[in-house]
Design a binder for this molecule. Structure first.
Ligand code: ADP
Ligand code: MG
Length: 251
């Protein structure tokens, strides 16, 4: 092997930021000579390595940025236990076509029945298919919106939210919010409307939303935008946590 030439190739690969090929060039060349690979086969293999490495890196970045509170997929979900939403319904959402159309999903129901789990499972699938996803609790989202002007971190997070394809807002209605906070949320929903899909989970029915938003007009305006293009899941049943309680004592 001509060492000077190899060094020059490495410099060129560096300039082009083809880092994976650069790192593995020696092995790739040795294998190519050993296996008497054609030029086009060699090029194909090298480029494929670069593309694979880039895809893996961007997937890992997207997964990290999504900030899921736990990692559970739709495959981990027991549709035998939770029957008010069917595997077929959720399976139909797994192609993420609804994200392309900026449709929203609303999961309503009592605690422990799988609202967050399903949202996270769909979010993970969206990440796998290349979408940018952000998971945030309503409480955290309100804090972020309120501190946008004074916190660089909040500003960055809101920029990420505006650039994502799917925003998952968990636990809407858990804690009451002020009118000013409700207004900030309304503005965000308006900005995302028809551009970004939103998944909302809430332990409150829509009839109770006015109470925690503190204003029927804002509530109506928020719901109007969220519900316009959406699928609504009213989930019922027993808490999975209570039924599958971990105990301290042997039975
Ligand atoms: P919530 O409806 O309050 O958001 P979660 O989705 O967080 O409830 O579910 C509570 C816990 O129970 C999670 O650990 C979740 O993975 C689990 N869980 C709930 N429903 C199911 C189910 N049908 N199959 C498997 N795990 C479930
Ligand atoms: Mg939850």
């Amino acid at each position: 092997m001509n060492n000077t030439k190899t060094q020059e190739v490495k410099t060129l690969l560096g300039t082009l930021r083809l880092n994976s090929i650069n790192d593995q060039l020696d092995e790739l060349l040795i294998t190519a000579i050993k296996e008497d690979t054609t030029c086009v086969e060699f090029l194909h293999l090298a480029l494929q390595k670069e593309v694979d490495a880039r895809n893996a890196k961007s997937r890992a970045q997207r997964l990290k940025r999504a900030a899921f509170p736990y990692h559970k997929t739709i495959d981990d979900f027991d549709f035998g236990f939770q029957t008010s939403v069917t595997r077929r319904q959720i399976q139909q959402l797994m192609d993420m076509h609804w994200i392309e159309k900026a449709f929203n999903l609303l999961f309503l129901g009592p605690p422990g029945i799988g609202k967050s789990h399903i949202s996270i499972g769909l979010g993970i699938q969206a990440v796998e298919l290349g979408y940018r996803v952000i998971f945030i609790s309503m409480d955290e989202l309100i804090k972020t919106l309120k501190t946008e002007a004074i916190s660089a971190k909040s500003k960055r997070q809101l920029k990420n939210i505006m650039n994502c394809s799917l925003l998952i807002v968990d636990e809407v209605g858990f804690l009451p919010i002020t009118r000013q906070e409700a207004n900030l949320f309304f503005q965000l929903v308006t900005n995302l409307y028809q551009n970004t899909s939103v998944i909302v989970t809430s332990n409150k029915g829509f009839d109770e939303w006015s109470e925690f938003f503190g204003d029927p007009v804002i509530t109506a305006a928020v719901l109007d935008r969220l519900v316009h293009n959406s699928e609504l899941f009213n989930i019922t049943g027993e808490s999975y946590r209570l039924q599958h309680r971990n105990t301290i004592f042997d039975q």
